[in-house]
Structures are given as structure tokens and as C-alpha cells.
Design a protein around this ligand. Structure first.
Ligand code: FES
Length: 139
């Protein structure tokens, strides 16, 4: 299992201080949920499940609402990003020419599932859609 899940169990004092500052500036404002999540993402790099619970309680919104916003926008991350991001193209051309097999091999080699980061925080494995290099799709 990756370090991502372990870290999600608690909020560090540094991260809590950042969240408290963000909350103090935005609590009670219209659209606060989106603003708070965006600032948390910008300043910390991700919004872990524990951070989500902390923010939902502080903003007095249902956790499901906050989670819905987080998962709707691909901009948000719920776990830390590794130093190197590996994106496997799953656009149509790459998909039919072996994208899933390449993804599976990366998962085996790195020992992580999709959207997870290796324990040493070197690599995060993700998928993406067409990057405009279809002629170089796997063969
Ligand atoms: S489908 Fe992969 S680059 Fe276009």
C-alpha cells in the first residue's frame, strides 16, 4: 500500500495552520467551499480525506457536498503528488494500441494503483486523454 493512504489518517500541524488561515479569511462568504478548496489545493498540493472532513466541519457543509466538488473538478487532488508524474494516455488511438497493458505494467513495476504515489514519493501514476501524439501511439 502506498504512503498516500497512511498520510490521509491525520492532518499535520503545518497543514492545519494553513487550513485555519484559509478558513479564517473565507468562512461565511458566498462560494466559500470552492474558494477554500482551491486555496488548500494551491498551498498544500492536495486535500486529503481528513482535510476534507476538517474543512466540511469548519464550513458547516455536508462532507458529501465537499467531496462532490473535489471529485467533479480534475484540478483537485486527494493525495500528494510524487516528484515525477507518469501519465499513460488512454485516448482512443493509444487505448486500442496497448495503453491498458502499459498501465498494468507500470502498476506492477511501481507497486501502486492508478492515482497513487510510490512510498518514496518519486512517482505518481495517472492516466490522461489524447495529448495530440496519436501517430506515436504504442505499437
Ligand atoms: S490517443 Fe494518445 S496521443 Fe492521441
Amino acid at each position: 500500500m502506498s504512503i498516500v493512504v497512511e498520510e490521509a489518517l491525520e492532518i499535520s500541524p503545518e497543514h492545519q495552520a494553513i487550513l485555519d488561515d484559509i478558513l479564517e479569511e473565507n468562512r461565511g462568504k458566498s462560494g466559500a467551499t470552492m474558494v477554500v478548496l482551491t486555496l488548500a489545493q494551491e498551498q498544500i498540493g492536495y486535500v486529503s480525506p481528513q482535510m476534507q472532513k476538517y474543512l466540511a466541519d469548519a464550513l458547516e457543509v455536508p462532507l458529501s457536498h465537499l467531496y462532490g466538488v473535489l471529485t467533479f473538478y480534475s484540478f483537485f487532488r486527494t493525495s500528494p503528488l510524487g516528484r515525477h508524474k507518469i501519465s499513460i494516455c488512454m485516448g482512443t488511438a493509444c487505448y486500442v494500441r496497448g495503453g491498458p497493458a502499459i498501465l498494468e505494467k507500470y502498476q506492477q513495476v511501481l507497486g501502486v494503483d492508478l492515482n497513487e504515489t510510490t512510498e518514496d514519493r518519486r512517482f505518481t501514476l495517472e492516466i490522461c486523454r489524447c495529448v495530440g501524439a496519436c501517430s506515436q501511439a504504442p505499437s
